[in-house]
Write a protein that binds this ligand. Sequence first.
Ligand code: NAD
Length: 482
Amino acid sequence: MSVNDIKGHYIGGRFLDDGRGTENINPSDVSDVIGRYARGGPETVDAALEAANAALPAWSAVGVQKRFDVLDAVGTRIAQRSEELSVLLAREEGKPIGEARGEVLRASQLFKFFAGEAIRNAGELLDSTRPGLTVEMTHEPVGVVGIITPWNFPMAIPAWKIAPALAYGNTVVMKPADIAPGCSWELAFMLDEAGLPDGVFNLVMGPGREVGPALLNSGRVDAVTFTGSVGTGRQIARDAAANGVRVQCEMGGKNPLVVLGDANMDLAVEAAVNGAYYSTGQRCTASSRIIVTDDVHDTFVAALTARLLQLTVGGALDEGTIIGPVVSESQLEKNLEFIAEARIAGAEVVGGERLELEARGHYMSPTIVLDPRQEHAISRDEVFGPVASVIRAADYDEALALANDTEFGLSAGICTNSLSHAAHFKRNSRAGMVMVNAPTAGVDYHVSFGGRKGSSYGHREQGRAAREFYTLHKTAYVNANV
Ligand code: NAD
């Protein structure tokens, strides 16, 4: 296949395109075109929904061994192809190759985990309150599931939605982010290779504003799971409610990492560096507000500033790169605007410059914004780049109040050696996930994932909790005394 051949939509078990394609460009080097991917619209969604609805009765009744076998085979295949897939991920998203390898491994683990969950889909059996009757509670497929994913984890997020959807007997129409469709296309290819029946999984690529509404307003989708920005998520939740479609939205974050005076300072600095700057800060769980008590504020800032100088910014395929490019020119401009506004508002900024490297890409230096005001955009809105604020707090109580003073609530961390402060923070942080002496980013696949407030809407993802979204409860009363 040459770079000019279009990688088609995957519908009803066939790869299809109509000659329209969008170039997938490497953000580390914009002269590198990874490939051309089909660009669909409402008619493509229509065909995919037709296929998914037609395949539903057979797949929901296929039995758990077949579902296990397909998902397990995909998990194995991802692991076998891990280096090639990691390179693709690094090229299309700009994630440094070491982190890309971790994400590909995670996708393999997710398929393996949900293969097991398919055969562990247990119900409950109880005696009825009426003598002689029993009550069975079981979980049935929800139906045709729409999956809409962002660009920042182009392999892991599709995996953590596709695998449970198929494990529990649903069929799928998926739309990946238009600027990074390559990993999803490879997942479609591997599902096909693993013997998934035609129409069970369908991939439609193209712009969200065209493909998304066609999916949500079709009347032929039973549930939609979305990960992406708050604005899009709220629109999707509204469309879903209007159409009576079950919906799950995982959205942005403005995650705090609290550092107290009694913390292990080396550990706290590393947690901040990892949480705020790895993956170029393009993680919903990134630590974008580092809240440090007065007694160690200056020491912490000096240590963090020194560490930033050691973080090599470069192309995602260079093994020595710690900070890759920002995903696109428009995202880079947005990041620089946030920083410029913070400067105008009086905050001191360390770093925060556009960088010109040998290859033409979207590079910037990792950035610390010192003591921004609480009401300013940099403190309230998700930046989604290698930018973190360091905010001074008088003591633990003020640090906790600042941590909770946000409309988001995805992840929150605390670095402390105090058991009582750690315990208090775990109880009183208004975030869905709390990390003690660990970065705010970095989660496991076998436990539930999700936030509160503006970060999340609907059921939790991943782990055993995923079943709640992808299944419907059924309660059956059985009278055997006949
Ligand atoms: P985005 O909202 O721009 O796009 C996400 C997806 O929605 C894309 O596939 C896009 O094409 C599609 N879309 C756009 N408009 C649509 C519409 N009107 N209807 C239906 N679909 C539409 O987000 P992004 O820029 O791709 O991703 C970055 C965002 O994702 C950040 O805000 C980040 O915090 C968030 N994110 C959240 C989590 C989480 O689990 N909470 C994880 C990763 C990323």
